[in-house]
Write a protein that binds this ligand. Sequence first.
Ligand SMILES: [Zn+2]
Length: 351
Amino acid sequence: MSLEKLNKVLASTYENFPKGKFISLIVLRTTYSETIFRTEGSGEPMCSEFVQAGLTDETIISRLVMTKRKQVAPERRYGREFLRAHDLLYTKKVKEQGEEKEVICSLNTNKPCEMCVDCFLYGFAAGGGGAQKSRIWTEDAFSVLSANDVIGNRTINAIYENGTMRLKREEDTKASQALVPDGEYIKPGVHFLDVVTLKDVTADELRYIIGNILFTSRYGAVSSRVGRMENQILGVFGSITELPSSLELVQATYDVLGKPLEHPLNINQLITASKQVIANWKNKRGVSVQLSEEELGNLVTDVETNWSEAERDNFLKRLTQSYESFRQIAPEKSKGKGKGKGKNTLVEVEI
Ligand SMILES: [Zn+2]
């Protein structure tokens, strides 16, 4: 069984108290279409930060940033689609304008059900004291190349209302000269390296989280045309503390790749360089397990099997069932909650 090697860093059951078991996933995220990560709204510049290029290369460059929220929000939504489809989201009683209503667990609202897989795993913060810390620790992921190399910026010819760049009038043979800024975009073929840390998760929770990462395919400002990304897991570690950060990973990989680097990077060279970097982590910071290539392949197959049409219902129900004894206290807890209404704040806001 493919998860056996991870047994000592997997929790046997869900518990309320932390147990110091860390699993780190090394994730390569690659854009396959134009992609847009803006802070808020349109017109804002793409998220980027000035950082050192490598650990040894001390040049300062501006790197694109895929924020924590930009990673986790679509991945949570992906998993929740299936919880919803398999009827595994819970409802919660809330009072609205004096009336008691049952509302179904929902992101972006102030009404987490506090009972579904998503709430137990990714956490929630509701007013009135209810809170569950997320056991998925993410960091900003950084582009390997500098923002200047991987951002495109275009203006487009303004289009007349007839949908073309020419008016139909005979005398109007000239194309529209008006240029309209269409904004910045991240080019296809841009790579982000990322370390995702999982805290005290069970085998089924691990399958759920990896499924969300592997099967989510749209990020950032999403439309049918933009935001297509693919995630690959390059390594899995078990340890007693966190591994080096996403930034250290991208910097060390940059050093290994050497210069000069140009967009588009050869993805195989990038993967080889990243794997070379993480191979050194085996002897670091309390690492007790690193999956081999074969074990990693088996883990991904195991995840795909559990998420498959034939197994998914069983898998999601088994995972949902694993929290059953922790749900019993919920009605009691919700009693004292009426007062905080109106002041409730949801800490983990989705974008
Ligand atoms: Zn929920």
